[in-house]
Structures are given as C-alpha cells and as structure tokens.
Write a protein that binds this ligand. Sequence first.
Ligand code: NAD
Ligand code: GDD
Length: 333
Amino acid sequence: MAVQRVLVTGAGGFIGHHLVKFLKDKGYWVRGVDIKEPEYEASAADEFYVLDLRVPESCDVAVTGMQDIYHLAADMGGIGYITSSHAGITLNNTKINVHMIDAARKFGVERFLFSSSACIYPQYLQKEADVTPLKEDDAFPADPEEGYGLEKLYMEKLCQYFTEDYGFETRVVRFHNVYGSLGTYDGGREKAPAAICRKVALSQDGGEIEIWGDGLQTRSFMHVDDCVEGIYRIMQSGYHLPLNLGTDELISVDGLVDLVSDIAGKRLVKRHDTSRPQGVRGRNSNNSRLREVLGWEPRITLAEGLVPTYHWIAKELEAPAKAPMAAAAVAAE
Ligand code: NAD
Ligand code: GDD
C-alpha cells in the first residue's frame, strides 16, 4: 500500500511538532506547515513549508496532494494571551480556519481534523471550583470564552455543515489544557503548567512565587503524549461529532504549584495576585463519550507528566541567553 501523505498545520507549534514526530514514527509521509519554524528543535516532517494560512492561496499550496489534514494552526495561548486581544485573535483564527477547510474540500482531501478547545463550553457551567465535568452536549445554549472560544465553536459548526452538505469527512476535538516538553514557557502565550514550572525553576528555595488568582480555581491538564495519541485515534475513528480530549483529574492551581515545587525540591511561599487573568473558576473533562468511542482515554497523571516537563523547562532556563530574559520576565509578572 502507498504511504499515506498527511498535513499537520501548526507544525511549528507545541502540539503540532509532537504530532509530526508521532506520525513519522507510525510511518506516514508528513508535510508540516506553519508561519514559523519550531522553536526548540528541528521538525521531523518530510517537508516543512513556512506559510501564512490566513491567506487563501497559502492554504491551497498547503493542502495540495494531501490525504489527511490535522489542522492545528491557530493564534493561541494561555488565558493571559487569549483575553488580551479579542479582535485580532478572532480575526486571525477565522481567516485561517475558513480558508483551510474550504481549500481542503476543493483539493479532494479525504479527512480533516479540527483542533477545538474546552473554551467553547458555556461559562455559566464553569463558575464553581468543584465543577461538574463538561460533556460534549453541554456546548449549547452557548456562552463560550469571548473571541477565541466563540470562533472555535463557529468552526466546529462549519465542520458539521461541511459533513452534512458536502459529505466531507471531519473530526472535531476539544482539547483540555495541554502541557509537556517543547511547549511555550515564556513570552506571554504560556499556559499555567509551563508558567508555574518556569516560576518555580527561577525561584530560590524558601522564596516567593507569584500565582494568578487565589489559587483555588481548578483545571484538568493533559500531557502532550496523550494528546497526540488521542488525536491520532480520533482521526482513525469514524466519529465526526465533537469529542473531549483531556484528563478528568481535577486539581487546583495551588495543587499544581505544590506538585511542581515537590519535583523541584523547593519550599515556596505563594503570593496570589487576583488582578491577573483567571478565566473560568473550574473546568474538567467528562470522558464518557471518549471512552465509548475509542475505548481509550488519556492515562498520564499530572504528577508523572510534570516531571519531564519541569526538567526540560529548568534546563532551557539554564541556557546562558535565556536566564537573564526569563528572570526579567518573572520580575515583571
Ligand atoms: P501553538 O501556539 O504552540 O501552535 C499553534 C501554531 O499555529 C503556532 O506554531 C503558530 O505559529 C501557528 N500559526 C498561527 N498563526 C498562523 C498562520 N497565520 N499561519 C500558519 N500558522 C500559524 O499552540 P498549541 O498548544 O500547539 O495548539 C495547537 C492547537 O490546539 C490550536 O488550534 C489550539 O487552539 C488548540 N488547543 C490547544 C490547547 C492547549 O492547551 N495547548 C488547548 C485547546 C486547544
Ligand atoms: N498562564 C498562567 N500563568 N496562568 C496562571 C498563572 C501563570 O503564571 N498562575 C496561575 N494561573 C492560573 C490562571 O489564572 C488560570 O486560572 C489557570 O491558571 C489556567 O490558566 P491557563 O493555563 O493560562 O489557561 P486556561 O486553562 O484558563 O485556558 C487554557 O486552556 C484552554 C483549553 O482548556 C487556554 O490555553 C486556552 O487557550 C485553551 O483553549
């Protein structure tokens, strides 16, 4: 059988970069596309195109000759970033997504997987730290995260319409907060696990660490190895309705800080800053449908997954060029 040719968009980013490696290990021929090269190591893709996918003609180039598309490119970051510019983020992601799905169908792509987000879920269901895990059917009546979440929900519906009206094969995956090595840990787009690892790594034992919010807000966090395996399994499934992809291991932000501090072997004093962005009060994934469809769910515990993540970030920060910049960033936050 001929080797299958697949496209990963966002291949210069965190999950896309890991997904390219995963697909190469499975024997696929992979094209990676991104507006930038991967930051921390070279891409394993057979070919890597630097393209701006907001531009329709770039999407045409990206999809040509491809059978499956894992569409991960997005203007994206942690809660600080996605609440910083609703207009710009919504506009960029709208352009990327509508042009990509349109090009994929026009050029005869067989399957198209869209990386959605837990940010599509209604905010009115996420007001308590002790949150009821979110199930796929909770998405409507809608009240998503402004900008980024609203656009993801719109694109989910566009995937549904393409399937219903054109018979175009789509997959919609709602990621819950993903962490791991080779992910952004500074610069403003970092999410809580990487930000906390960075802050702990840069703190002296016995010192103080700044935490956004009162630390009692809750999340579930998924290791990137589980994420790419889940993405792959969902693509192979015949399932075209939205699916959660996350763990259901709920933990407070203070709990996350304690885990990282233990790994680092540091005792730190927490200083909570409630003026910083906090997002929803609590968020967890209900994995019933995922288990039903795949017979599988993410299995790496946060305590396990944070060990390599922390050590990778701590090592990165030891690099001579990075340390002063990172120390200045932590002081500014
Ligand atoms: P990331 O920012 O590391 O990767 C996204 C990539 O998209 C980046 O490399 C970026 O350069 C690229 N990109 C942005 N604009 C582009 C453009 N105009 N043209 C081409 N490429 C462009 O983020 P990630 O964590 O790897 O996320 C991947 C996908 O998963 C995104 O769609 C994101 O919304 C979704 N997601 C991620 C998480 C998470 O916790 N990481 C959670 C929910 C959803
Ligand atoms: N980023 C960050 N940095 N968050 C911190 C920090 C810090 O130094 N300290 C505490 N937090 C808290 C935030 O206030 C928030 O309450 C919680 O940690 C989680 O923050 P993030 O990881 O930045 O984002 P999120 O979980 O609210 O949303 C993320 O996950 C979604 C999917 O589940 C974002 O990355 C979204 O873009 C993504 O779609």
